[in-house]
Design a protein around this ligand. Structure first.
Ligand SMILES: *Cc1c(COP(=O)(O)O)cnc(C)c1O
Length: 339
């Protein structure tokens, strides 16, 4: 399977390059050149499969041309070593618990799967790759934990001083080894800005092989589609339309749900829940995407004014605003906090 650069679709790369580089030289995001559909027999049998079996079947459909089955099975089984249970709250209401990974963030699944892919692709190489991430807490902790001791990878994390929780600061700063955490006097946007400057610096890039572990990296994003397959599997026999609400910041988690739907998963509708940072909801209402300045709220993992996965959402809907506007919206105004 080839991966194309959304900014320049005739530019195609291998999975290995898409994963190791994260983005193209023009800062475009990569998408698979088609999204494979899973078979009817897979869906008929879905509720009999456990999480690891589901993750293997789904990733084999997407990545199977590029990674041999036994290696893929190893990556899946190592990455997904904890449950993702669906808990019933009411007759027709369920919540999926995404906090059973080692750092308690849903990003553990994507980060651990991505670490497995890096390990696989770098197994016969002596080059070193540097993963540079800015974090408001969740991403950095998950990435530090997932990439600890992975050969050929150095991780550098920038976090804003005093703005991550005490537990997260411990998770970030106590790994040691190939993980370096840098405390930045400033806020998350300052950290993000430094990362962007580093990525834009061609000279630095040739020396360091810089890459990212945010959801702009397809290897971080794609494994999150397992959540959705696993949720439907646990529902068992479904005779009602399924609607899934996804708290969104960079829209990585939502985009992986859209990929799951494209692969055939019967999801009737997604609800993209945002806080005051609602440039995507505004687009769905008005048809125009206008990136906003980030507003700071108490739900800081969702504070993104210009969500990086929006171009991928447009690709999945072939830039058809109406098809996409079926995604409905909840603006969680009650989560609003003054800047
Ligand atoms: C990362 C994160 C989000 C935002 O997820 P995206 O995939 O960037 O939309 C929301 N809530 C929590 C708790 C998170 O850790």
């Amino acid at each position: 399977m080839n991966y194309y650069d959304i900014k320049n679709p005739t530019h195609k790369v291998t999975l290995k390059e898409a994963v190791l580089k994260s983005i193209s030289a023009e800062s475009g995001l990569y998408m698979p050149d088609h999204i494979p559909a899973l078979s009817d027999s897979f869906f008929a049998n879905l509720s009999n499969l456990n999480l690891q079996e589901i993750a293997f079947e789904v990733s084999n459909a997407m990545l199977g041309e590029d990674i041999p089955q036994d290696a893929l099975k190893q990556i899946v089984n190592k990455a997904i070593s904890f449950p993702i249970p669906l808990k019933q709250l009411d007759e027709n209401l369920f919540v999926q618990e995404l906090f059973h990974g080692p750092t308690l963030a849903f990003k553990d699944v994507g980060a651990r799967f991505m670490a497995g892919l890096f390990q696989y692709f770098l197994r016969n190489e002596d080059r070193e790759v540097v993963i540079l991430v800015a974090t408001s807490g969740d991403t950095g902790s998950a990435v530090a934990n997932a990439f600890y001791n992975i050969n050929g990878v150095k991780v550098v994390i920038l976090y804003p001083s005093g703005k991550v929780s005490g537990l997260q600061e411990k998770q970030l700063t106590t790994m040691g080894g190939n993980i370096t955490a840098l405390e930045v006097e400033g806020n998350f946007d300052d950290c993000q800005q430094m990362v962007k400057l580093a990525f834009a610096d061609k000279e630095l890039n040739t020396v360091l092989n810089l890459t990212s572990a945010n959801s702009i990296n397809f290897a971080r994003l794609f494994p999150q589609s397992f959540f959705y397959f696993n949720a439907i599997a646990q529902l068992g026999k479904v005779d009602k339309p399924v609607v899934i609400s996804v708290p969104s910041g960079n829209f990585g988690n939502l985009t992986s749900g859209l990929i799951a739907k494209k692969m055939g998963l019967p999801v009737h509708q997604f609800i993209a829940s945002t806080n005051r940072n609602h440039s995507v909801p505004d687009f769905l209402k008005g048809g125009e995407f206008i990136p906003q300045q980030t507003h700071h709220t108490i739900t800081n993992a969702m504070d993104v004014g210009n969500p990086s996965n929006f171009p991928r959402m447009l690709e999945i809907y072939q830039k058809q605003h109406l098809a996409m506007a079926i995604i409905s919206l909840i603006l969680m105004e009650q989560l609003l906090m003054p800047d």
